[in-house]
Ligand binder design. Structure first.
Ligand SMILES: [Zn+2]
Ligand SMILES: [Zn+2]
Length: 160
């Protein structure tokens, strides 16, 4: 029974909203409730959701503010980059609905929240291109590459 109650905390009775005209909710939400926004990856560390529903004539407007802490991989060094991200969604539901379910909206907002690139720190030094050492932690003894990026490209292509 407890399971059911938890499942339903993102589902709202449309009649309640129509009667109260506006309804705010801050459902209790655990990262595991929305782990499937990031299939196969343990990324979501924290999540909170604020919901506001407004009955507006022919439809019910749902606004949701989603705040999440994601642990992503730094694009430069590969170490975890833990950051808080905020995003929101707006959705209209026709007045004819009995229930308003915002689970899919929350899931979608989460999956769109992930940036293309993330750095563990703005000063991340990345990894040595030669030995792979994490330059934030160690100073390797490789000679810095003097060649231009174009010369490096040339090396990648076999000579004809
Ligand atoms: Zn990094
Ligand atoms: Zn090195």
């Amino acid at each position: 029974m407890n399971e059911n109650k938890k499942e339903n905390s993102f589902v709202f009775n449309a009649n309640d909203i129509r009667q109260q005209v506006t309804l705010s909710a801050e459902p209790e939400v655990q990262p595991q409730d929305f782990a499937d926004a990031f299939p196969g990856r343990d990324v979501l560390r924290k999540i909170s959701v604020k919901l506001e529903f407004t009955s507006a004539g022919e439809e019910i407007l749902a606004h949701g503010a989603v705040s999440a802490v994601l642990s992503l991989e730094c694009s430069r060094c590969g170490e975890p980059a833990v950051r808080e991200y905020n995003d929101s969604f707006d959705e209209c539901f026709p007045n004819s609905v009995e229930y308003i379910d915002v689970r899919e909206n929350i899931r979608e907002t989460l999956s769109l929240m992930e940036p293309m690139k993330v750095l563990c720190s703005v000063n991340c030094k990345g990894r040595c291109p030669q030995c792979g050492a994490d330059l934030n932690k160690v100073k390797c003894s490789c000679e810095p590459l003097k060649a231009s990026p174009f010369a490096a490209l040339k090396q990648l292509r076999p000579e004809k």
